[in-house]
Ligand binder design. Structure first.
Ligand SMILES: NC(=O)C1=CN([C@@H]2O[C@H](COP(=O)(O)OP(=O)(O)OC[C@H]3O[C@@H](n4cnc5c(N)ncnc54)[C@H](O)[C@@H]3O)[C@@H](O)[C@H]2O)C=CC1
Ligand SMILES: C[N+](C)(C)CC(=O)CC(=O)[O-]
Length: 486
C-alpha cells in the first residue's frame, strides 16, 4: 500500500513537495484554506510531470493519489510524513503545529521554513521532539537539496527516519549540525541578494546585468563544484593556501556591503520591479518555470553523466529504484527474463511523433546491461578489464511507441558458450511487442583487445539460464535477415 504524506500549505513550496511525493508513488493529502490552492497545485504538478521523469531513464513508480483535505486534522490522519509549508510567520507555524500534534503522534514534521531555527518552531509545542527544519529549494520536484536541521530537543531517530524518506523520494538531506538563523544555504543567498540590491540602488548595474554576471560565469561553476572546490582550483597548482594568500587581503577592502541593508523604499521596489519587467516581462511566470525546468534537466543530466554533485544523487536514486525493480521483477525459469522497465520520455520522440529509432537500441541496451549485471558481468567486472561487446544487432520495428508509454524489455538466451552470448530481446508495451532485437555479444579481454572466455563465476550463472531457455520456443524472427519475405 502506498504511504501517505501530508502537506500543510500548498503554495509554491508545498505544491513542489506534493509533486515530489506523488511522482515517487506516495499518496498525498494537502490542506490549504486558499480557494485557489487546488488550481495552483494542479499547475505545479503539470510542470513536475513534464520534467521530473526526464531526469532518469528508469521509469517512475505509479503516481500516488492526490486529495485535498478540509482540515489539518483530516490531512495528517494516518500520515507517515508531514511537511509544513505555510507562510513564513512564526505564530502561524506554531498554530499549525498545535493542530497537527492534536492528531499526529510520533510522526516526523518537517518545516520548509527558510530562516526560523527548529528551537523557535518547537516553542510551546506539545511534542517538540518531532518538529524539525526540512528546508528545500525551488523547484522542490527537481532540486535534490533539503537542509535538515534538528535542535537539541529533536528525536534523532525521527530525524534519521525523515532523512531516509527524503532519500527514497530522490532528495539529498543535508544534516545541519548546529541550528542557526537561515540555516546554511540561505545565508549565502541573503548575502548575494543584499549586494545585488545595493548594485541596483546605486545605479551600478541593472537586474539584467547582475543576472548575466551570474549566469555567464560563476553561477555555472557553483552549480557543479560549489565555492571551496572552485576556489581551490582557482589557486592553481599551489591550491587553496595560495588562493587565500592572494585574495585574503581583499576581504578588508570595500568589495562588499554585506552588513548594510538597503532600505526597501517605494522607489527602490519600483526600480527593481520595473527593471525586472523589462528584463523578463515577455514571459509569463509559468513559461519561465518551464524554461528553468528544462535548463535544470539539461544541467542535472550533464552532472549525472559525470556521476558528480547533484548528478550523483540522481544516479544513486536510479540504482535504488532499479534494485527494487529486480527484487520484484519476474526472473523465473521457463520464460524470457523481464530485465528492464522504461518510459518513453519527451526527448525520445522524433519528427514522426513516435519513439525515435536510436531509442530502441537504447531500450535493448538497458535490457542486456541488466542481464549482464544479473550474471555478474557488472561494473566491477568491467573495471577488472573484462566485458561483453556487441558484435551484431538486427532490429525489427513492429509497432509505434508513443510519448509516456511504459515499456518492458525481456531477454531470451538463444545460445551461450565461453565466449559468445546470442540473445533475443523483446521491447513490449503491455503484451504487444513493439520491437525485437537479435544480438550477438562477444566476451572480451579489454586490455588485449580480443575475445577470451568469460570468468568461471559468470559462466556458472549464464550457462544454466541458457540451458533453461533452450526449452523455450525459438522466436520466429530469430535469424531473420533484412528483406526476407514473411
Ligand atoms: N518560495 C521560496 O523560494 C521558498 C520558500 N520556502 C519556505 O516555504 C514556506 C512556504 O513558502 P511559499 O510556498 O513560498 O509561500 P506561498 O505564499 O506560495 O504559500 C504559502 C501557502 O500557505 C497557505 N496557508 C496560510 N495559512 C495556512 C494554514 N493555516 N494552513 C494551511 N495553509 C496555510 C497559503 O494559503 C499559501 O498557499 C515558507 O516557510 C518559506 O520560507 C522555502 C524554500 C524556498
Ligand atoms: C528566498 N528564499 C529565502 C525564500 C529562498 C529559499 O529559502 C530557498 C530557495 O529556493 O531559493
Amino acid at each position: 500500500m502506498a504511504r501517505k504524506a501530508s502537506i500543510i500549505g500548498g503554495g509554491v513550496i508545498g505544491g513542489g513537495w506534493a509533486a515530489r511525493f506523488l511522482l515517487n508513488g506516495w499518496d498525498v493529502s494537502v490542506f490549504d484554506p486558499d480557494p485557489q490552492a487546488e488550481r495552483k497545485i494542479g499547475e505545479v504538478l503539470a510542470n513536475a510531470r513534464r520534467s521530473l521523469p526526464a531526469l532518469s531513464d528508469v521509469p517512475m513508480p505509479a503516481e500516488g493519489r492526490l486529495s485535498f483535505a478540509a482540515s489539518i486534522a483530516e490531512s495528517v490522519e494516518g500520515a507517515d510524513y508531514i511537511q509544513e509549508s505555510v507562510s513564513e510567520r512564526l505564530p502561524l507555524k506554531h498554530r499549525v503545529f498545535a493542530e497537527i500534534q492534536a492528531v499526529a503522534k510520533g510522526v516526523p514534521i518537517g518545516s520548509s521554513t527558510s530562516g526560523f531555527k527548529p528551537s523557535e518552531l518547537q516553542e510551546g509545542a506539545a511534542d517538540p521532539s518531532t518538529i524539525f527544519v526540512s528546508h528545500p529549494f525551488n523547484p522542490v520536484y527537481l532540486l535534490p537539496l533539503s537542509e535538515i536541521v534538528p535542535s537539541p530537543k529533536s528525536d534523532l531517530q525521527i530525524i534519521e527516519n525523515a532523512k531516509e524518506i527524503l532519500r527514497e523520494i530522490g532528495m539529498f538531506p543535508l544534516h545541519v549540525r548546529k541550528e542557526i538563523d537561515a540555516h546554511i544555504a540561505d545565508r549565502f543567498l541573503e548575502a548575494v541578494w543584499r549586494e545585488a540590491l545595493w548594485l541596483v540602488k546605486d545605479g551600478i548595474a541593472t537586474t539584467e546585468e547582475i543576472d548575466e554576471a551570474i549566469r555567464m560565469g560563476f553561477g555555472l561553476r557553483w552549480g557543479q563544484m560549489g565555492l571551496f572546490e572552485t576556489y581551490r582550483v582557482a589557486g592553481g597548482e599551489a591550491g587553496m593556501k595560495h588562493f587565500m594568500a592572494q585574495f585574503g587581503p581583499c576581504l578588508q577592502w570595500p568589495w562588499t556591503k554585506l552588513t548594510d541593508v538597503p532600505e526597501f523604499t517605494e522607489e527602490l521596489v519600483d526600480l527593481i520591479a520595473g527593471q525586472s519587467d523589462e528584463q523578463s516581462g515577455k514571459y509569463t511566470i509559468r513559461e519561465l518555470e518551464r524554461i528553468r525546468d528544462q535548463n535544470l534537466i539539461g544541467f542535472l543530466r550533464a552532472l549525472k553523466d559525470r556521476n558528480w554533485g547533484a548528478g550523483k544523487v540522481l544516479l544513486d536514486h536510479d540504482k535504488r529504484r532499479r534494485a527494487s525493480f529486480h527484487e520484484t521483477g519476474k526472473t523465473g525459469e521457463g520464460a524470457p527474463l523481464v530485465m528492464a522497465e522504461m518510459q518513453v520520455l519527451p526527448g525520445w520522440i522524433d519528427y514522426n511523433g513516435h519513439m525515435t529509432e536510436s531509442r530502441y537500441l537504447f531500450a535493448s541496451s538497458e535490457t542486456s546491461d541488466a542481464f549482464l549485471r544479473l550474471i555478474g558481468a557488472d561494473m566491477d567486472y568491467v573495471a577488472n578489464g573484462h566485458s561483453y561487446y556487441t558484435a551484431e544487432t538486427h532490429i525489427m520495428h513492429l509497432g509505434e511507441a508513443k510519448l509516456g508509454d511504459r515499456l518492458t524489455g525481456t531477454l531470451q538466451v538463444l545460445h551461450a558458450d565461453e565466449k559468445r552470448l546470442h540473445v533475443f530481446i523483446r521491447i513490449l508495451r503491455g503484451d504487444e511487442v513493439v520491437a525485437s532485437l537479435e544480438q550477438m555479444l562477444l566476451h572480451v579481454d579489454m586490455k588485449a583487445g580480443r575475445t577470451c572466455p568469460a570468468a568461471p563465476e559468470v559462466l556458472a550463472k549464464l550457462l544454466p539460464i541458457a540451458e533453461a531457455h533452450g526449452s523455450l520456443p525459438r522466436p520466429a524472427a530469430a535469424g531473420r535477415f533484412v528483406g526476407q519475405r514473411k
